[in-house]
Design a protein. Structure first.
Lengths: 286, 274
């Protein structure tokens, strides 16, 4: 199965018709564009207007509290591990599933993409059944003085688990579409494996890779469900940005929650800009 | 397209490392989860999954996901249609913005949608005079789910709509069919598989949504509690067998729907590529 549908159809076969002077078309555009535009953009506007409603000073003070700074640091740490791992994994898995035919290839693809469609809560719970004290490996690790539950390593590991498919999902369709001819030519001309990868394959997939990495980064920063289960959410100790948002919104410190949310929203906007830029590069090449 | 095995290097290395990582990150934890649930006696297991509060969460989750999917179908089709067919100011901005729910953390979407739809919020204030509650009620769950799943419908329908042969519609209108008849008899059958596939993806995504929903749902047991949240609550209460049992229910539903999506996409692919 494939989830790679996030690429928009930029090269359209039909010419787009003007709407000026066509009341029916204008009505459809206002209805569809208005509803979708509001549904998607209003939450974004809300985040920034609530974050800044008590002024820039208060906004910056909320971001500078020790708890906020700790949450930002921990979130960056988790993403700092999750993104490189997902990138290396995504490239290796896309190479295997995209360049070779073997039995179980489709099943492997589905299993890799499973975290995209199963509630992250399930992965948090499943993680604790491996590394928690009631898990299959937890007691064994505990005897050796290692704890991987309700602490920082747990947050880092579970974030990596849930964000693993993002680079793979964006890169695979391009690897498949590219086929194997260029790699064949490279291999025939005597190029080694790494040389082929860096000189032939990577330039072909780099735009999808850039978007995949950006999206993975955004998802790693914003991971909530799985992290909520395994963190123990100790304020100032195991609190990521999203957990910090939850605590603040429970405390009714809404401005603080929205200040933290504004950081994550800005990253999301950057992600969309990268995607738009990447797509314009792809269309120009075609 | 044939992918010969031997000429291109790196098969052993990449397959080996992929299998290793997938085993550790996906197969081991999910295996441990099923193992944990399998340790329960059948009557205990049944007790956990058929408890009245659990049943209520299935109803809330399934009904909200179904309603969100219907909303996404309508809005997604309309949006894909105007994006592909018409040139209007702001089209490119709208096209780029469609993917926002993929990039925006679900917890952020949740608090923002909740702030908008409480009775004092910008949108909630419009509905409050009619006694309609959105945030901390069922409609809030539907709203959160349709926000996070909308891109699936738009992005599945968009390319199919763009590839549609304009000559077909011209022929239809030349033969005297009205706009509605042309849409219903010519366009709709062509995009139906894509629409169905997008809807299935949106449904799977809605069933699995957690972050956006918990901030807006109110989370009242029996009323606005989703299954994923009850699993979290059981975990929080150190009721590990209960959490394991509920988690297997969610996992089975997700797998069931994924197999369905897979089936639909294979048929869609066959239909498009002969």
């Amino acid at each position: 199965m494939s989830f790679a549908i996030s690429r928009s159809a930029s090269a359209s076969g039909t010419a787009r018709r003007p709407i000026r002077g066509h009341p029916r078309r204008i009505a459809l555009v206002i209805l569809g564009g208005g509803l979708t535009g509001l549904l998607i953009l209003l939450p974004l506007v809300t985040v920034f207007s609530y974050a800044l409603r008590e002024g820039l000073d208060v906004y910056l003070r909320h971001l500078a509290t020790p708890e906020s700074r700790h949450a930002i640091g921990l979130t960056l740490l988790a993403a700092g591990v999750a993104v490189p791992v997902s990138t290396a994994f995504g490239l290796a898995a896309a190479w295997t599933a995209g360049k070779f035919e073997f039995p179980g290839r489709r099943l492997l693809t589905s299993v890799i993409e499973l975290p995209l469609s199963v509630s992250p809560i399930i992965f948090g719970v499943a993680y604790l059944f491996v590394f928690g004290m009631q898990g299959v490996l937890g007691p064994w690790l505990d005897e050796r003085g290692v704890s991987l539950a309700f602490n920082v390593p747990a947050i880092v590991l579970v974030t990596t688990m849930v964000t693993l498919p993002y680079v793979f999902r964006e890169v695979l369709p391009l690897v498949l579409a590219q086929g194997v001819q260029e790699e064949h030519a490279a291999a025939t001309l005597g190029a080694g494996g790494w040389q082929t990868f860096f000189r032939v394959t990577l330039p072909n997939i780099r735009w999808a890779l850039i978007y995949g990495v950006t999206l993975c980064f955004a998802r790693a920063l914003g991971e909530f469900g799985a992290v909520a289960v395994v963190s123990g959410a100790v304020r100032g100790e195991t609190n990521t940005l999203t957990l910090h948002i939850e605590l603040l919104s429970n405390d009714r410190v809404a401005t603080g929650a929205f200040a933290a949310a504004s950081i994550l929203s800005s990253i999301a906007i950057v992600t969309l800009l990268v995607k738009t830029w990447v797509e314009s590069r792809e269309t120009r090449r075609v | 397209m044939s992918r010969p095995r031997r000429i291109i290097p790196g098969f052993g290395l990449t397959l080996g490392s992929t299998l290793l990582v997938v085993s550790l990150a996906v197969v081991l934890p999910l295996g441990a989860l099923v193992f944990k649930a399998a340790g329960l006696s059948w009557s205990d297991y049944w007790g956990y999954v058929s408890d009245a509060r659990a049943i209520a969460t299935y109803r809330v989750t399934l009904l909200a996901a179904a309603a969100a999917t219907l909303l996404d179908l309508f809005l997604g089709l309309l949006t894909a249609w105007i994006l592909v067919r018409y040139e209007f100011p702001g089209r490119r901005l709208l096209d780029s913005a469609i993917d926002l729910p993929f990039a925006l953390p679900t917890a952020v979407a949740g608090i923002a949608l909740a702030a908008l739809t409480v009775p004092t919020g910008a949108v909630g204030a419009l509905f409050a005079p009619f006694g309609i509650k959105i945030a901390y009620a069922f409609p809030g769950i539907v709203l959160a789910m349709s926000f996070t799943s909308l891109p699936f419908v738009v992005r599945t329908v968009q390319p199919v709509l763009a590839d549609l042969e304009p000559a077909l519609e011209e022929a239809s209108s030349t033969l005297g069919a009205g706009r509605w008849a042309t849409f219903r008899r010519v366009v709709f059958p062509e995009i139906f598989p894509a629409l169905l596939s997008g809807a299935a993806l949106a449904l799977v995504r809605s069933l699995g949504e957690f972050g956006a929903v918990v901030f807006i749902a109110g989370n009242l047991p029996f009323k606005t509690e989703i299954t994923a949240l009850l699993t979290y609550v059981r975990m929080d209460e150190f009721d590990y067998p209960g959490a394991a049992a509920l988690a297997t229910v969610i996992l089975s539903f997700a797998l069931l729907f994924l197999v369905g999506v897979n089936f639909l996409q294979t048929r869609l692919h066959r239909r498009l590529h002969g």
